[in-house]
Design a protein around this ligand. Structure first.
Ligand code: AVJ
Length: 315
């Protein structure tokens, strides 16, 4: 078992869906999180740079507006871009003689522990309280004396379909108290060529990232007859659902046995397995979805290219 073992066996049920579907969070084990970090620096992968531009320009404003004493981040990963926000909040807390808590929340224990260690070293005045949790399950935030800010950055909201988003926003609203805030980063609909290139880079890093899920599957479910090299990476735009879909296509007949489940996987050559969706948004429609959950828009910012949006909403 890996650190992704919470509910692993139950989550595996979708392997036998039609089409077979893998839990997206399995992409983010230690190696997957490192590969994703590499993706964020690829020339084709614009979202991280755009969001960073927005956060660099508005973090101080966000710290001022929310005046939060606790910042929680869902899907914090390596917490690279969180640093921009943290710096602004830490500076404000120091100026006001207050303490600041940062709660990184992630599904991977290795990733979380390492990020917490590095952040504690770099932000000695910030109280870093990592939380191992899966944001696809009920959410809970630690209490604080002042307003709390929950963040969900990077466009990871795109991993949910419409039903999943409604559910997630409802769980966010339930976890917040009046006076708390939610900061959401989302990627916007744009030219299909640019979108597909961002998920099918020339260097093949995204392909390695996608295929790494086969390794997670193999080791965590004790599989035999299952090899990452037996799959091709596919990134495809789905116009109806306005989302990029990542698939793995079997290059040969796959006959795998999962000892942990005592079940087999027979995938005829050419079978496609869905590993991740990355939904792209329209600012107005996204604001409407948040409003439906009782989350009221306070402000929203886009980058200079109009590629990405960061929205601040309150309960
Ligand atoms: C981490 C979910 C925001 O959807 O753009 C990047 C994941 N997958 N390249 C995204 C991802 C392939 C990324 N998120």
């Amino acid at each position: 078992m890996t650190a992704l073992d919470a509910g692993l066996i139950a989550d595996a049920a979708t392997l036998w869906n039609n089409p077979p579907t893998l839990p997206t969070k399995w992409l983010y084990d230690e190696r997957g999180s490192k590969l994703f970090d590499e993706i964020t620096r690829l020339p084709e992968y614009y979202p991280t740079r755009r969001e960073t531009e927005i956060l660099a320009a508005h973090s101080v404003d966000i710290a001022q507006r929310t005046d939060a004493t606790l910042v929680a981040e869902f899907g914090s990963g390596t917490s690279t871009k969180s640093r921009l926000v943290l710096t602004a909040f830490a500076d404000r807390a120091a100026a006001k003689g207050r303490s600041l808590s940062y709660v990184p929340i992630d599904v991977s224990a290795e990733v979380l522990v390492q990020a917490a260690r590095e952040l504690s070293a770099d932000y000695p005045t910030v109280d870093v309280e990592p939380l191992l949790a899966d944001f696809t399950r009920p959410l809970e935030l630690p209490p604080s004396d002042g307003p709390r800010l929950a963040m969900f950055l990077g466009g990871t909201i795109g991993n949910f379909d419409a039903g999943g988003r409604a559910d997630f926003f409802a769980r966010i609203a339930a976890a917040l108290n009046p006076g708390d805030f939610f900061l959401l980063g989302a990627d916007l609909v744009k030219d299909t060529g640019r979108l597909v290139a961002a998920y099918d880079d020339k260097a093949g890093v995204t392909a390695d990232f996608n295929r790494n899920i086969v390794e997670v599957l193999r080791t965590s479910l004790n599989a035999t007859g299952l090899y990452a090299d037996d799959f091709d990476h596919i990134a495809r735009w789905n116009p109806r659902e306005h989302r990029i879909e990542m698939w793995l296509r079997a290059r040969r007949d796959v006959d795998a046995h999962f000892a942990a489940l005592n079940r087999d996987w027979h995938l005829p050559r050419g079978t496609e397995v869905l590993t991740e969706i990355s939904t792209k948004f329209d600012v107005g429609a996204l604001g409407g979805e948040l409003a439906s959950a009782g989350l009221t828009e306070q402000d929203s910012w886009t980058d200079s290219h109009g590629d990405f949006v960061v929205m601040l909403v309150g309960l």
